[in-house]
Design a binder for this molecule. Structure first.
Ligand code: CA
Length: 237
């Protein structure tokens, strides 16, 4: 059974990105762009968890959280634009279960959500270990092993590898990878910096970085994680 996540957020682009990541992670996604409509969606659909923006039209996130808390213990992941707001929120003890400040990485949102659902005892808890080719990638611990040997990666390299390995065979453009690497703060024109990160990553994970077998270059487009060589690649617990 899949968990259903309700995103209440008025920034359309953020919703689009979050939805893509959550669906990729195996969740059913509902969306609302206003606080009041979000609350009514929650009321009618009773999702397994809510991702809630603080500043919303219609009804602000604090009130939405309070209304939800009055009736149920649905896990709430609150998104805020400023760190200072988090202190205020914790002081208010309004019932949100976890907080993230913007800009946040969609991957981080998924990781926090998984933890929330796990704590809530959701039966549809999702795996946090990604297995692809010879790699075991722990999305919670941010660690990578190849044949039981740990590979030390920088956070940027880790995010790149996890993004690519999550969808073997899918080609990512440099801009898409830059967005992952920079946690959503990508700037067009800097796409080539990805090449340097990929080069460093290959040096760490490829048997021969001049002839890469895991991370393939797709000329004129970007990169992809090799699929054909590893038919057994899979995601599991
Ligand atoms: Ca907002």
């Amino acid at each position: 059974m899949m968990s259903t996540i309700l995103i209440i957020e008025d920034e359309v682009e953020l919703v689009k990105v979050l939805r893509a990541y959550l669906e990729q992670a195996g969740y059913d996604v509902l969306t609302a762009y206003r606080g009041d409509s979000g609350l009514s969606t929650w009321e009618h659909k009773r999702p397994d968890a809510v991702i809630l923006d603080l500043n919303l039209p219609g009804m602000d996130g604090l009130d939405v959280a309070k209304q939800i808390r009055r009736k149920a213990s649905t896990p709430i992941l609150m998104l805020t634009a400023r760190v200072e707001e988090i202190d205020q929120l914790i002081g208010l003890e309004l019932g949100a279960d976890d907080y993230l400040t913007k800009p946040y990485s969609p991957r981080l949102v998924v990781a926090h959500l998984r933890a929330l659902l796990r704590r809530a005892g959701s039966p549809a808890d999702k795996p946090i270990i990604l297995r692809a080719a010879d790699f075991e990638i722990n999305l919670d611990a941010h660690s990578v092993h190849r044949y039981d040997q740990e590979i030390e990666l920088t956070p940027t390299e880790f995010n790149l590898l996890a993004t690519l390995a999550e969808q073997p065979g899918r080609t990512f453009t440099r801009l898409q990878l830059l967005e992952t690497a920079s946690q959503g703060m990508a700037y067009a024109g800097y796409e080539r910096t990805i090449d340097a990160h990929i080069k460093n990553l290959r040096a760490k994970i490829e048997p021969d970085s001049k002839n890469p077998i895991y991370i393939e270059t797709v000329f004129g487009v970007g990169y992809r994680f090799a699929k054909t060589t590893y038919p057994n690649s899979q995601t599991c617990t």
